[in-house]
Design a protein around this ligand. Structure first.
Ligand code: SF4
Length: 236
């Protein structure tokens, strides 16, 4: 909605994203989120994989009570669900959990067991991409924790960009941060992190598709390891 309360068109949102992308490239993460909160209000949310709660923490400072959206695929590590529950308990956010249309058992019955091994693109489409698209329907803008240094596929992540597929403004307030920046913020603010990060995992996704990383590997090397897949489709 605009300040006057009327919905913005896709064209207006796209122009807003393009202008903000230029203006906010060098802005601090907190400034970017403050801009998003003022520009979009309740039509703005943060998505979190619960690898850590850095962006949720930043957003709660810029916009207390902000919606934090978590995709519960049914395949998460218990540590990830525990991190989500702790975030909901201690941070000033409104946690929104999205679930796929089918439970894991229902998916197994329809497509056969372990679809993630045989067709991970379809599994991600059913358990991540579609639920997110449905869950974002009520928002004009969403924030992610994408960082340029995570992998070559993320090297061009804009701080504010246009999500053509979903016709929404996509905000990545820590796009320019390094892992050292994340670690420093976590230490300074006592931010919750997934315990698996202390157990050899550098990036945390669904349990069947995530392994620990080895020395010298990039942070996302443990995701879909050994398969021709590097992204789930949420950011493509
Ligand atoms: Fe399925 Fe693996 Fe994608 Fe999770 S990451 S939705 S288990 S293919």
């Amino acid at each position: 909605m605009t300040a006057a309360g009327s919905p913005r068109t896709g064209g207006e949102l796209k122009r807003l994203a393009e202008r903000a992308g230029r203006d906010l490239e060098e802005a601090s993460a907190l400034s970017v989120l403050t801009w998003a909160a003022e520009a979009f209000g309740a039509r703005f949310c943060v998505t979190s994989s619960m690898e850590d709660a850095v962006v949720a923490h930043l957003a709660s400072r810029a916009f207390p009570g902000v919606d934090v959206v978590f995709l519960d695929t049914g395949y998460h590590f218990p540590e990830t669900i525990g991190t989500r529950d702790a975030v909901a308990a201690v941070m000033d956010v409104n946690l929104v959990t999205l679930t796929p249309r089918r439970s894991v058992a229902e998916q197994d019955a329809e497509y056969g067991p372990r679809l993630h091994d045989r067709d991970p693109d379809l599994c991600c489409a059913l358990r991540k991409v579609r639920p997110l698209e449905e869950g974002l329907a009520g928002y004009d803008a969403w924030a992610t924790g994408l960082r340029r240094d995570e992998s070559p596929t993320r090297a061009d992540t804009p701080v504010v960009g246009w999500d053509e597929k979903r016709q929404k403004v996509k905000v990545s307030p820590i796009a320019r941060w390094t892992q050292a920046d994340v670690d420093a913020y976590v230490a300074e603010h006592g931010v919750l992190t997934n315990p698996l990060l202390m157990d050899g995992y550098a990036s945390v996704g669904c349990a069947p598709c995530t392994r620990r990383v080895r020395a010298g590997e990039d942070a996302r090397a443990g995701r879909w390891a050994g398969r021709a897949k590097t992204e789930c489709g949420l950011h493509g």
